[in-house]
Write a protein that binds this ligand. Structure first.
Ligand code: DSN
Length: 422
């Protein structure tokens, strides 16, 4: 556990909140598939002197003086990102995933241009053009879906027809609640036919790609990848945009990030990204990424045996989306609250063609990146899934809930959150 000696001496209110979160993270089981635990080294960089520095611009081309070390740290982060994802250009300044996507749109599009992206309820993301977002006022978004929600297969023929009809400038692959692999070559073939850029938002699976257990969209010819750095990649909260080989696209991306969208980059976060990328280059990270998948498969088996419907029929990545309303008659929100009461954190989630509201949908979404960082393996993943099913099937049994909560807490104490990964 981190010590916060200076904060403790100076600011009791903030110290109390920090200690509360430290204990919550140690004692509870984190199954939100977009969350993870970073190393102490990443935390040190994130909380370092680089937070003091303004560095508008890019290495070698800054607007303020005193940049010898900021240039050095940003170049380290860029070089490592390029090696990790096998590409020629990287912009490590995006503050997070949403600004990375907004900058990418402004780099590649003119107002009114069309983007073909995945429907939110079929696994896409708000920033892929949901009607409630600001970018939806600037660009025209059309959405594709899965052909069969029971296998997760995308309807590529329909996607091709939509591309011919709507003539998008960008075809966007990627998701935040989808449990299968995409056929990137098919996306590239469709995009080339209509002259569109191919962009993959790999925020959820960046660590799986870096660890070599998920396909890299660049290997099939994608032009651009956007991502966060804090999910499976196990870095600080932040974003990044990668360009496979086209210098013109890379220049447009750089201009769109700064000065187009952002001001001074958060150099402390860039330092932490550099440290996390260094960790992701190790053999240990490859083992970690592989174990994420094995743990998710172990959970899939339990849900299958319990006859709880999973969107896509199961999982090929780090997450599972389960239709608890259709299978057990309880809403996603009820399931989230019931599991939270026994120390398991996950999130309610819409399922494909949702009939309920976004705030009380039919599904729950959970995944294995954080539990795998705690060194839990298939045995623990199986038991956790069994506990989840038991809890959901006996949701009104408060006495049994106490037994299950004790078992989760014991498990978490046995697998403390580690601080050193290399
Ligand atoms: N909020 C992230 C997730 O949970 O998937 C995506 O932005």
């Amino acid at each position: 556990m981190h010590n916060y000696n200076y904060i403790q001496r100076q600011d009791k209110e903030v110290f109390d909140a920090l200690m509360g979160e430290e204990i919550r993270e140690q004692r509870g089981l984190e199954l939100i598939p977009s969350e993870n635990y970073v190393s102490r080294a990443v935390k040190e960089a994130n909380g370092s002197v680089f937070t003091n520095k303004y560095s508008e611009g890019y290495p070698g081309r800054r607007y303020y003086g005193g940049q010898e070390y900021t240039d050095s740290i940003e170049n380290i982060a860029i070089d490592r990102a390029k090696k990790l994802f096998n590409c020629q250009y990287a912009n490590v300044q995006p503050l997070s995933g949403a600004p990375a996507n907004v900058a990418m749109y402004f780099a590649l599009l003119e107002p009114g241009d069309t983007v073909l992206g995945m429907d939110l309820s079929h696994g896409g993301h708000l920033t892929h053009g949901h009607p409630t977002t600001s970018i939806n006022k600037v660009f025209n978004f059309v959405r594709y879906k899965m052909k069969d929600v029971n296998t997760g297969e995308i309807d590529y023929e329909h996607l091709r027809q939509m591309a011919r009809e709507h003539k998008p400038k960008i075809i966007l692959a990627g998701f935040s609640a989808y449990s299968r692999e995409l056929d990137y070559a098919e996306f590239v073939s469709i995009a080339r036919e209509v002259g569109a850029y191919t962009v993959a938002d790999m925020a959820h699976i960046a660590g799986l790609i870096a660890g070599g257990v998920a396909r890299n969209p660049f290997d099939d010819g994608f032009d651009v990848i956007t991502t966060t750095t804090h999910k499976t990649l196990r870095g600080p909260r932040g974003g990044m945009i990668l360009v496979r080989e086209n210098e013109d696209i890379a220049k447009k991306i750089n201009k769109a990030v700064f000065p187009g969208l952002q001001g001074g980059p958060h150099m402390n976060v860039i330092a932490a990204k550099a440290v996390a990328f260094g960790e992701a280059m190790t053999d240990g990270f490859k083992v970690y990424a592989g174990q994420i998948l094995k743990n998710a498969k172990a959970m899939e088996v339990v849900f299958k045996n319990a006859e709880i419907r999973m969107l896509g029929g199961g999982t090929s990545n780090h997450l599972i989306l389960a239709d608890v309303f259709g299978s057990l008659g309880i809403s996603g929100k009820e399931a989230e609250v019931a599991l939270d009461a026994i120390g398991i954190t996950l999130n309610k989630n819409m399922i494909a063609d949702e009939t309920r509201s976004a705030l009380d949908p039919s599904g729950i979404r959970f995944g294995t990146p954080a539990m795998t960082t705690r060194n839990m393996k298939e045995g623990e993943a199986t038991r956790v899934a069994e506990i989840m099913v038991e809890r959901l099937k006996t949701i009104t049994d408060d006495v049994h809930a106490i037994t299950l909560r004790d078992e989760i807490e014991t498990l978490c104490l046995k697998f403390p959150v580690p601080e050193v990964f290399v």
